[in-house]
Write a protein that binds this ligand. Structure first.
Ligand code: NAI
Ligand code: MG
Length: 337
């Protein structure tokens, strides 16, 4: 199969981990070609625009993008490029797998949780945020719609079916947030009936936090609204050893953007020690999305084998003495073996 994807190397450690990731993808021999486009600080410097129209056009054309982290400049007048991309392409499903790998600092060994977070509404709508003229009253209005709740819950169940998962947990706070969270929960209950083969349960978000820390093995697929999903998915990343291993997939009807959950890490940029795994795992999810599931699994297994057997080659955040490129070299070697 031959397929062209848009590639955004990104800022900070972005180009370093993207180079490593593309090298591994090439070694996997999955027939991908890359159309490189700019966004973030690189684009601002080159084109005077954080998110040039040409970049949006290329993503629209190829429908699939692999994206490095982007720095959002601090200060007025700059909206996050990430938020803009999610909105522009209506990438309503933010899928964040948390999977245990050997040799991390995690307390757990058998975590395999996918958080499916609603990515476009809830408490994160910029229109819903106001501050009174005297600066005394701040208001933030969460809005969940039946349409938005329906498509995210359906996405979670369809994902569960496709990946052979057993259980979907809807996380909510409908006992207090009776309307916004209540609507989401009602929709989840309705849709769950259409999937009798998947176990469905519901859990209040504060209890979910405790349960995730005490007994994470009970979770399989979690579906939730924007704010809760943001927080819970970072918690889940912490359960498996941190952001260096956390991919984030942004999926819509017409386009999908795969990225690492972490940012541009300016503190280690240019040092060659960034862990490429989060972006590599995002690339594995992208291969699943492109119906190359065997290749995606092969990549995850090669990462797992490298982390088990080539401890010296892994990056310092995982306790190794290696670099971004030695890590990638070791994975490429595993793929060739
Ligand atoms: P960050 O995720 O960039 O860094 C947090 C800490 O984790 C740092 O100590 C960093 O060195 C470490 N870290 C992150 N990724 C790593 C990797 N692959 N290997 C080893 N260590 C790693 O978060 P921070 O510092 O809050 O944000 C920096 C910039 O990134 C900001 O401009 C922010 O807006 C942007 N950002 C972009 C995101 C995106 O493009 N999706 C997501 C989050 C932040
Ligand atoms: Mg977050």
């Amino acid at each position: 199969m031959s397929k062209t994807i848009a590639v955004i190397p990104g800022d900070g450690i972005g180009p370093e981990i993207m180079t490593a990731t593309l090298r591994v993808l090439d070694a996997l021999d999955c027939g991908l070609s890359y159309d490189f486009v700019d966004a973030g600080m690189v684009a601002l410097e080159k084109h005077g625009d954080l998110l040039p129209k040409a970049t949006l056009d290329k993503i629209a054309e190829h429908r699939v993008a692999l994206k490095g982290p982007l720095t959002t400049p601090i200060g007025d007048g700059f909206t996050s490029v990430n938020v803009t991309l999610r909105r522009h392409f209506d990438l309503y499903a933010n899928v964040r797998p948390a999977l245990s790998f050997p040799g991390t600092k995690s307390r757990y060994e058998n975590i395999d949780i996918i958080t499916v977070r609603e990515n476009t509404e809830g408490a994160y709508r910029s229109e819903g945020q106001t501050l009174s003229a005297d600066g005394e009253i701040a208001e933030s209005v969460a809005r969940n719609t039946r349409k938005g709740s329906t498509r995210i819950v359906r996405y979670a169940f369809e994902l569960a079916v496709k990946k052979g998962r057993k259980k979907v947990t809807a996380v909510h706070k409908a006992n207090i947030l009776k309307t916004s969270s209540g609507l989401f929960l009602n929709v989840a209950r309705e849709i769950a009936k259409e999937y009798p083969q998947i176990e469905f349960n519901e859990m209040i978000v504060d209890n979910t936090c405790m349960q995730l820390v005490m007994k994470p093995e009970q979770f399989d697929v979690i579906v939730t609204t924007n704010l809760f999903g943001d927080i819970l998915s970072d918690l889940c990343a912490g359960l498996v050893g941190g952001l260096g291993l956390a991919p984030g997939d942004n999926i819509g009807e017409h386009a999908a953007i795969f990225e690492a959950v972490h940012g541009s890490a300016p503190d280690i940029a240019g040092k060659g020690i960034a862990n490429p795994c989060a972006l590599l795992l995002a690339a594995a999810d992208m291969l699943d999305y492109l119906d190359m599931v065997a290749k995606g699994d092969q990549l995850r297994q090669a990462i797992r084998d490298t982390m088990t057997n080539d401890r010296d080659s892994v990056t310092p955040d995982l306790g190794g003495k290696g670099s971004t490129s030695s890590f990638a070299d070791a994975i490429v070697k595993r793929l060739a073996a």
